[in-house]
Design a protein around this ligand. Structure first.
Ligand SMILES: [Zn+2]
Length: 244
């Protein structure tokens, strides 16, 4: 199973909401693109579903991990210029499912922020790379977010408690999927790679045990080759769809 060809992104997008399962997901997959969007004047906010309590490679006591990872994600967002970071409560790293509760909580954040575009994880698995991008939490985040885009956030009769909170229905016009099969919308991020690396350095519990630069440069170089970009350019790639 794969995606159809990407649509041309809307030219008048102003607000972007990134919805991801774990602290660091957006930075690894789209950090340079977020930096470029901010430089181009877009307002970017994040919703992070868990606090990454099953992550990390060091001897940090597990009970300290959620607060550490929340702080790391807030620092990384500040590096890239993402203005708001919201953490959902009640969800745990490693056991995420695309539940009605998760759809409800993402719908609340969509109706609050009212984004034109959502960036999230691919709900489609990459069978050639089972480990990493196709972590089940990522698939669950992508599926729940897609359901929140359509129909939940635009249907006034879904989740009446949100209407009672004063949160009106909202139509998200465009969705970008990260780390899915055969991404074909390519963003030249050559000028924003340093910002991405700085954001990733803020995720100390995740990245301090290794030099992530060679791996990331290699991945963005391969994406540039797939995009047919000139030698020396670096690219992040996505699948982009309109939701109407
Ligand atoms: Zn992740």
């Amino acid at each position: 199973m794969t995606f159809p060809a990407s649509a041309e992104p809307f030219a008048d997008v102003q607000r972007v909401l990134a919805v991801f399962a774990h602290p660091d997901d957006v930075d690894f997959g789209a950090g340079a693109t977020v930096a470029r969007w901010v430089a181009e004047g877009l307002e970017v906010a994040y919703v992070i579903i868990t606090r990454g309590d099953a992550g990390g490679f060091d001897n940090t006591p597990r009970e300290e991990m959620p607060a550490l990872r929340e702080a790391e994600q807030r620092a990384a967002a500040a590096v890239l210029g993402a203005k708001q970071v919201t953490f959902l409560d009640g969800y745990h790293d490693g056991v995420l499912t695309p539940s009605i509760e998760l759809r409800h909580d993402i719908t609340r954040e969509i109706r609050r922020f009212r984004p034109d575009r959502i960036l999230t994880s691919s709900p489609l698995r990459r069978w050639e790379r089972i480990a990493g991008p196709s972590h089940p939490d990522h698939l669950a985040a992508g599926e729940a977010t897609t359901c929140a885009i359509y129909p939940d956030s635009r249907n006034p009769f879904t989740f009446p408690d949100l209407a009672a909170e004063g949160l009106e229905p909202w139509i998200v016009r465009e969705v970008w999927y990260q780390a899915g099969p055969a991404p074909d919308h390519h963003v030249d991020v050559t000028d924003y790679v340093d910002a991405k690396l700085s954001a990733l350095a803020a995720h100390v519990t995740q990245t301090s045990h290794q030099d992530v630069r060679p791996f990331l440069i290699d991945r963005m170089t391969q994406a540039a080759a797939a995009a047919g970009a000139p030698e020396g350019r670096l690219v992040e790639s996505f699948s982009v769809f309109r939701t109407a």
